[in-house]
Design a protein around this ligand. Sequence first.
Ligand SMILES: [Zn+2]
Length: 86
Amino acid sequence: MLITCAICNNDINTADLVLSERPLGKLIKVFYTCPYCGAEYHVMWHNDETKELQKKLDQARANNDTVAFNRLQSVFKKKLDKLNNR
Ligand SMILES: [Zn+2]
């Protein structure tokens, strides 16, 4: 998918974007950076709790543990939605 940078107007292929993270107080800011001008675009907020859940989700997926995965995913989504005011 192509998106246009609002700062430099270059087209960016979202497949080329690498997400970065930066701790900000109790939160972790997830963002990507325009490869042309370096403008930062906020993606979402995480915190230690959602990061931990994401780790467990990855583990459950790696173990093909569908039951644990589905249970964790619903908790993960709720926490993330709350954190991001969705
Ligand atoms: Zn740009």
